[in-house]
Design a protein around this ligand. Structure first.
Ligand code: EPZ
Length: 422
């Protein structure tokens, strides 16, 4: 298992290109199952999760060609030869559940392994299933698999209100509704930019969708969808992560391709903490306003609120801010596993349930720490960039799921960072 060694090296300055969004690509890829025509994605991120989704789609009979060093994914599901998404693949990545809606909508049946939990929480899929049931699906859960059928071979339009916001359930229902007979209205739908990106791609394929970006999606089902070519939207979580580099280390970083509309609440919170974010022709330029970063309180919420996927990274910054910050994690039940690792680096953090109180210290100290999940791993790297001495982050396979070429991008800005293979 690889580790990453990072040594605090003072202020960092330079430009970092932001890749296409992992969480957009992971829902755009299953959309190929909705059509017999080719779907090509450009600006795709080069990540292990994308390789896992590629493996899953191929296991269903889709053709997926990774071109131009993985930046282009040329997919075609002329027919789905296997309608079972196997546990061995699904257990590696929860987003595998997103093949359920498309397969069911296209061919009227699908068998998908229940994904199982993950480090940050139980993460059930009950809302995915309830939305599909509302559209007429029959779901039989047995031997760890969801056996789904659409009576008469086709889902039917329905009005469904999500009891609470779910990104994945919204994506599954949205994709399924494009081929259902009649009109579907999804209420209290998630508003994340990745869902708006999916809606734009589906519309290019011939779907009739209104309301993306709002909490009500209205979809008029059609009989078939065509092919399309679509660029994956910029990754707002990678963007936010690299925006924190000059905040925690000092210096100035320009995030190429960054857009303010993708990080609104996050940029406001940075501004409150004393970090300036300015739009440039090439993206977003970030630096401290006057040297010191102030403590701020953070509560994670569905978009457009503060993203849960940036909570761990923000905590790293607040470990060195002046004053005490309170972070409330409202989306997942166990998403503070980075706290004990940061404490090993000298951070002062008290965790009680979904609340973490962070009291800033002058300097973190390098230490051996362990990555526990994707975003926790990058928060430890951020802390290591600002710490005194050497930090060794183990189990960086978590990192590779969501961040491409981290060492390269940071080294280009002056960071002392390298990957070592155990
Ligand atoms: C997506 O996960 C993202 N993953 C997550 O990013 C992100 O943290 C999350 O949305 C919230 O923004 C992808 O897009 C691939 P949810 P998802 O359904 O869809 C509960 C990362 O780091 N819930 O919005 O699984 C759930 O347990 C990953 O890139 C149910 O109870 O998130 C959670 O507590 C981590 N039943 C809350 O809702 C359901 O049927 C929000 O989950 C579905 C969800």
């Amino acid at each position: 298992m690889d580790s990453i060694v990072v040594t605090g090296n003072g202020a960092l300055t330079g430009a970092i290109p932001i890749a296409g969004a992992k969480n957009a690509c992971l829902t755009l890829m299953p959309a190929t199952l909705l059509s017999e025509e080719p779907l090509t994605l450009t600006n795709a991120p080069r990540l292990s999760d994308i390789a896992t989704m590629t493996q899953l789609l191929r296991s269903l009979g889709a053709e997926v060609a990774s071109l131009q060093d993985g930046l282009v994914l040329a997919m075609s599901s002329h027919d789905i030869s296997n309608h079972t998404a196997d546990y061995d693949i699904v257990r590696k990545m929860r987003a595998s559940i997103l093949v359920l809606g498309p397969m069911l909508a296209r061919d009227g049946h699908a068998v998908v392994s229940l994904p199982g939990g993950c480090a940050i929480g139980a993460r059930p899929v009950d809302l995915h299933l309830r939305a599909l049931e509302a559209m007429g699906a029959t779901l039989d859960l047995r031997d760890g698999y969801i056996h789904a059928k659409a009576p008469g071979g086709r889902l039917k339009g329905a009005v469904f209100e999500f009891p609470f916001v779910s990104v994945g359930a919204t994506e599954n229902a949205l994709m399924a509704a494009t081929l259902a007979k009649g009109t579907t209205v999804l209420k209290n739908a998630a508003r994340e930019p990745e869902i708006a990106d999916l809606a734009r791609c589906l519309r290019k394929m011939g779907a009739q969708i209104e309301g993306e970006g709002t909490s009500t999606l209205t979809i008029q089902g059609v009989d078939r969808l065509n092919g399309a070519t679509h660029p994956v939207v910029t990754d707002r979580i990678e963007l936010g992560t690299y925006m924190l580099v000059p905040a925690i280390c000092g210096g100035e970083i320009e995030c190429l391709g960054g857009r303010m509309d993708l990080v609104g609440a996050f940029a406001e919170k940075l501004d409150e903490a004393g970090v300036s974010v300015t739009e440039t022709e090439r993206g977003l330029k970030v630096s401290r306003k006057n040297g010191q970063v102030r403590a701020v309180n953070v509560t994670t919420e569905p978009f457009p609120g503060f993203p849960t996927d940036l909570q761990a990274q923000m905590m790293a910054l607040l470990c060195t801010a002046s004053g005490t910050s309170v972070l409330e994690e409202k989306i997942f039940e166990n998403r503070f596993m980075h706290a004990p690792e940061l404490i090993r680096m000298g951070a002062r953090i008290d965790v009680h349930g979904g609340t973490a109180r962070v009291t800033g210290v002058d300097k973190l100290r390098g230490a051996r720490v362990m990555a526990t999940d994707l975003r926790a791993s990058v928060s430890l790297i951020l802390a290591g960039l600002a710490a005194e001495g050497e930090t060794v982050v183990s189990r960086v396979y978590h990192l590779d799921r969501g961040y491409e070429r981290v060492e390269e991008k940071l080294r280009a800005c002056g960071a002392q960072i390298e990957r070592i293979s155990a």
